[in-house]
Design a protein around this ligand. Structure first.
Ligand code: P6P
Length: 333
């Protein structure tokens, strides 16, 4: 069977009745090319002197890794000239990035976490890029952050690239979820996982257990029930994973099932959670829902939340539908 590259897949989707406008197809291909460049840099690691701290901080008050900055620059450089974008926004930049005057602008807004989980970089554990694409509201020529503040249901595409034993790009534009593996010999992403589906049930959960004393009651109850195993109320034994890299967790879950949780906790009651809704919560929720899973903040679909700020945080419970519905029900009681 001939290999279907990302470019061929997207062109064939474009040919189908209106599933993928040409400008959006080009944008996705360009993001894929930037992720290839990030993959080659990530894989060089110490050989390229790019591990460790950049010596700078970002809007989140987090120390930036050299590769955070490199990945952010790759995505800006690859996308600013293409003509598909009205503006970009990133975890690494306080304000939106405006398209330089010498380049044409387009109708889309691109948001990304250029290198999620970058604290794992120096210890050689999988990291990833997460991206989300919205339409710029009509008539806005110079998008400020307000133009980005749309609920996740307005996303036209979303995806992640996981830089692990394989580099894989996983993508949705509302017609299912498709996975592409980077063939380094040819430098192209090849379709290897068509129509990915999250198993509806699971025996595997992901949460940072060291925060247990800070959790709210529904989360404590749920984790205790899973730890009680076969003789407990859920009647089965559970396994646990925590990679501290959301992209790696989501990829495991979309591949073999599971539930990922990063709840709000008492460490900082003013924060809704740790993860950011615009470029972590919403894109991952879109992907998981398109793959038949569920994604809530404990009370409602993440994608239905009306964001109030570009770097707003959100509690995240996502993955196998049966378990996400369970923990969400516990929050309602
Ligand atoms: P903790 C990485 O910093 C990240 O944003 C997600 O990728 C990951 O799931 C989470 O934070 C890990 O957080 O508190 O366990 O280090």
């Amino acid at each position: 069977m001939s290999r279907i590259t990302l470019s061929r897949f997207l062109i064939e989707q474009q040919r189908k009745a209106g599933t993928l406008p040409p400008e959006l197809r080009l944008l996705i291909e360009t993001v894929g090319r930037a992720c290839k460049a990030i993959s080659y840099s990530v894989n060089k690691g110490a050989l390229a002197g790019i591990l460790g701290e950049a010596g700078t901080g970002n809007i989140q008050g987090e120390a930036q890794k050299k590769l955070d900055v490199i990945a952010n620059d790759f995505l800006l450089d690859a996308n600013e000239w293409g003509g598909s974008l009205a503006a970009m926004a990133s975890e690494e930049m306080e304000l939106p990035y405006h398209i330089p005057g010498e380049y044409p602008k387009g109708e889309y807004l691109l948001m990304f976490d250029p290198l999620d989980g970058s604290s794992n970089i120096d210890v050689n554990i999988s990291v990833g890029t997460i991206f989300s694409i919205l339409r710029c509201p009509e008539g806005i020529d110079h998008p400020t952050q307000e133009a980005f503040l749309q609920p996740g249901t307005k996303q036209v595409a979303a995806g992640y690239t996981v830089y692990g034993p394989q580099t894989m790009l996983v993508l949705t534009f509302g017609s299912g979820v498709h996975g592409f593996t980077l063939d380094r010999e040819h430098g192209s992403f090849v379709l290897t996982h068509s129509d990915m589906q999250v198993p509806e049930t699971t025996q595997e959960f992901a949460i940072n257990m060291s925060n247990m004393r800070h959790w709210e009651a529904p989360v404590k109850r749920y984790v205790d029930e899973m730890l009680a195993g076969k003789t407990g109320p859920l009647g089965k034994d559970y396994n646990m994973r925590w990679v501290a890299s959301m992209v790696a967790e989501v990829h495991r879950i979309i591949t073999r099932g599971g539930i990922f949780m990063y709840p709000k906790d008492a460490r900082d009651p003013d924060k809704a959670g740790k993860l950011r809704i615009m470029y972590e919560g919403n894109p991952m929720a879109f992907i998981i829902e398109q793959a038949g899973g569920a994604a809530t903040n404990g009370y409602q679909r993440i994608m239905e939340i009306q964001p109030k700020g570009l770097h707003e945080r959100v509690a995240v419970f996502l993955g196998s539908k049966e378990e996400v519905e369970r923990i969400t029900a516990y929050h309602q009681q």
